[in-house]
Design a protein around this ligand. Structure first.
Ligand SMILES: *Cc1c(COP(=O)(O)O)cnc(C)c1O
Length: 456
């Protein structure tokens, strides 16, 4: 007898395929079960902790935190309670001309987390909008201070900053960008990535970082006066396939940007909120014993605990102050309907409370060691290259010329009760921080089995 939930699974799957256009998906891959390119569409009935469940009770360990958003598990009791309380008070109010407790408290707490360096917070709803806001703020700042020639942006090879038309200008992922090339602004210059995998024989990750920084320096010597900002993902370039680099690059980039009067925009949409071991990834680079600070910092994904769409751009007060004037045209006239939504801000405050109350960064250091232990046997696989880890992100590349590897692996992992969605030939884990030792072991075992069956 089939589980009664199986008919609900089948029903939601069919209705979704008929009515929903799913993101980042060739919809045909959902519709052809016999093709090697087939991607099963998975109906989810509920979630709890690190697990997602379908209508028949089949379960999947959320090994990638539902696209890197979920930090403290699904249906987290503390975030749920905070949202219920907020729901009874205020679900939304426009943020132009009005303010409210959650947005004020969140702005204050985020500023404090930057040691007071980034004193103002601007709000939007998704990561790509945060990128657009940071680029516009940088450009407009230079205009307001009498440097209108600073119109160019720099980004890194493999950098990903979102997929709206403006954000694509600084995104260097061909699969997302090429089709829209005629729409995309060309002023962004792509510089070599400090990706440690690019090491030549005998080169350390720090040496790769210095080599990439030398390219940045050459570029700025020639074009610095026309450059508004450098945007990068500190420590881990996520969508490029978890490309990791040494903090030395950030240290040098900070020094070079200061020297050439160029803003440093840290896109911590994926790597912020403790993912790499520190609350912000950029804190792992230091100058004179102090963490470096960007001029503009983008946050999203994990900041609301994976509950609600929210993004934030934090900026230095000197940038904020350059917009203060009697003229409206010198103001930052940017807005989104749900800017500063109270429910989303409340979810973010509950998330920050968990960080403080549970000393999450310390607890994650122990979990990162367990993740390293689970990664070790996979690193010995003859087709595995570049096993790597930074805090709560672990990844490796698989040597295969099968163009369907990522989909085969994904399907096989689902069969072994794990949601693991490789990027090309890069398999990675980015689990919620509440995973326990048993769940980390489950992730390791599911990966081992999925790898065997995907390569069979
Ligand atoms: C996901 C991501 C974005 C885009 O965020 P969306 O909410 O998907 O628009 C931008 N930058 C980085 C580094 C990201 O990982």
């Amino acid at each position: 007898m089939a589980h009664p939930g199986e008919s609900a699974n089948a029903d939601w799957l069919a209705r979704s395929q008929a009515a929903v256009w799913h993101p980042c998906t060739q919809m045909r891959h959902h519709a052809q079960p016999d093709s090697p390119a087939h991607l099963p569409l998975v109906p989810i009935a509920n979630g709890k902790g690190a697990w997602l469940y379908d209508f028949a009770g089949r379960r999947y360990l959320d090994g990638i935190s539902s696209w890197w958003t979920n930090l403290f598990g699904h249906a987290n009791p503390r975030i749920n309670a905070a949202l219920r309380e907020q729901l009874e008070k205020l679900e939304h109010v426009m943020l132009a001309g009005f303010t409210h407790q959650p947005v004020v408290e969140l702005s204050e707490r985020l500023a404090a987390l930057t040691g007071g360096a980034l004193g103002h917070a601007f709000y939007a709803s998704d990561g790509a909008s945060a990128t657009e806001i940071a680029l516009k703020m940088s450009f407009h700042y230079w205009r307001n201070v009498g440097r209108p020639e600073k119109t160019e942006f720099l980004c890194l090879a493999g950098g990903y900053h979102g997929e709206t038309v403006g954000a694509l200008a600084v995104t260097d992922v061909a699969l997302f960008k090429d089709a829209y090339a005629p729409l995309v602004r060309h002023a962004a210059r792509v510089l070599p990535s400090p990706d440690a995998r690019l090491a030549e024989a005998g080169e350390t990750p720090a040496a790769v970082a210095r080599r990439a920084a030398a390219d940045l320096e050459r570029h700025l010597q020639e074009h610095g006066t026309r450059t508004a900002a450098l945007i990068l993902e500190p420590l881990v370039q996520g969508a490029a396939g978890m490309a990791m680099h040494d903090p030395e690059y950030l240290r040098l980039a900070r020094i070079l940007c200061d020297h050439h009067e160029v803003h440093l925009i840290c896109d911590e949409i994926a790597v912020g909120c403790g993912r790499t071991g520190t609350f912000f990834a950029h804190e792992q680079a230091e100058i004179d014993g102090q963490p470096i600070r960007p001029d503009l910092l983008c946050l999203s994904k994990g900041i609301s605990g994976g509950y609600l769409p929210l993004s934030i751009v934090l900026c230095r007060d000197v940038i904020y102050e350059a917009f203060l004037d009697d003229s409206v045209a010198r103001a930052f006239l940017h807005s989104h309907s749900y800017t500063g939504n109270p429910l989303a801000c409340r979810a973010a405050l509950a998330t920050l409370d968990i960080f403080a109350e549970d000393d999450v960064l310390a607890a994650n250091r122990a979990k990162a060691r367990q993740i390293a232990a689970a990664l070790a046997p996979l690193a010995a696989h003859p087709q595995v290259r570049h096993p790597r880890q930074r805090g709560m992100i672990a990844a490796f590349d698989v040597m295969t010329d099968d163009p369907h590897f990522s989909r085969r692996f994904y399907r096989a992992a689902l069969d072994h009760e794990a949601l693991i969605r490789p990027i090309g030939n890069t398999v990675y884990w980015m689990p919620p921080y509440i995973v326990d030792a048993g769940e980390i072991a489950h992730l390791g075992a599911a990966t081992e089995k999925a790898l065997a069956s995907a390569l069979a």
